[in-house]
Design a protein around this ligand. Structure first.
Ligand SMILES: Cc1cc2nc3c(=O)[nH]c(=O)nc-3n(C[C@H](O)[C@H](O)[C@H](O)COP(=O)(O)O)c2cc1C
Length: 248
């Protein structure tokens, strides 16, 4: 076994494929951004790196505001769509049935279905060769109450969060323990992995796959695709077993 040296590249994975909304409630736009992260805690600072050719670029540059919406399995198709289509040519909200609502501290809207929406105000723009980095302060955080537990905990593990890895999307699955679990053996309860939402996620994945009308239509013209794209295949293999197990 040996490590092979590759040419320098942007090979940092996983990344969060977030949906960044900008503009106003009346004239909004949304694009997918994977080049984002946190750079400071007090004040909370984040960044997004945007190519100047994006339609959103000037909107964000002029308004100096944007909203980072965390993507989920429910939003996966829209997340990809907003990363391949430009607001210059189409209304992505209409196309993907994306509902928006007003934010508190910025004029840009947030996505209704996102479990977390971070309102951001741009502090600095740094120019690089291909992208410009918008450094911004997170001025308000919006949390979807669908994911709030009775004790106030934000159960993001129920949201089917997305990760972007080397050109593909994944959902986050298993909980391995809380922060510090490697050293703190006394906090048994806190470090105990939470119940996996794996099967909920599989069910949602199947719904997304079954809803792909275009694939079913394509089958007519390409009988060979029939087998490989059969919707039967997308059903969870162990559903019966799993149902039995959960009924106990
Ligand atoms: C998963 C994914 C991640 C992306 N990340 C970025 C990014 O970090 N920066 C960027 O400028 N474009 C990124 N893009 C491309 C833009 O989202 C895409 O060009 C989009 O169509 C721009 O929309 P707009 O023209 O309406 O602003 C990404 C696309 C995808 C699918």
């Amino acid at each position: 076994m040996a490590k092979i040296s590759w040419k320098p590249g942007t090979m940092l994975f996983p990344l969060p494929p977030v949906m960044v909304t900008c503009g106003t409630m009346e004239k909004p736009n949304v694009l997918t951004i994977a080049w984002t992260g946190i750079v400071n805690s007090e004040p909370p600072l984040t960044y997004i790196s945007v190519r100047p050719s994006r339609h959103s670029y000037n909107i964000i540059k002029e308004a100096k505001e944007f909203v980072i919406n965390i993507s989920t399995l429910e939003l996966a198709k829209a997340c990809d769509y907003c990363g391949v289509k430009s607001g210059k040519n189409t209304d992505k909200f209409k196309d993907m049935n994306l509902e928006i609502e007003p934010c508190e501290k910025v004029k840009a809207p947030m996505l209704k279905k996102a479990p977390l929406s971070l309102e951001c105000k741009v502090k600095e723009i740094t120019h690089f060769e291909t992208h410009d980095m918008f450094l911004a302060e997170i001025v308000n955080v919006n949390v979807d109450d669908r994911f709030l537990e009775e004790d106030g905990r934000l159960a993001l593990e129920k949201a089917g969060l997305l990760a972007f890895v080397h050109g593909r999307y994944y959902t986050l699955g298993r909980d391995l323990g809380a922060f510090g679990f490697s050293v703190d053996k006394t906090k048994e309860n806190k470090t105990k992995p939470r119940k996996s939402k794996f099967w909920d996620i599989v069910k949602m994945e199947n719904k997304i796959k079954d809803g792909t009308l275009k694939i079913k239509q394509r089958k007519k013209h390409h009988p060979s695709l029939d087998k490989s794209l059969s919707t039967k295949k997308t059903k969870p293999k162990f559903s019966k077993k799993f149902n039995k197990a959960t009924k106990k």
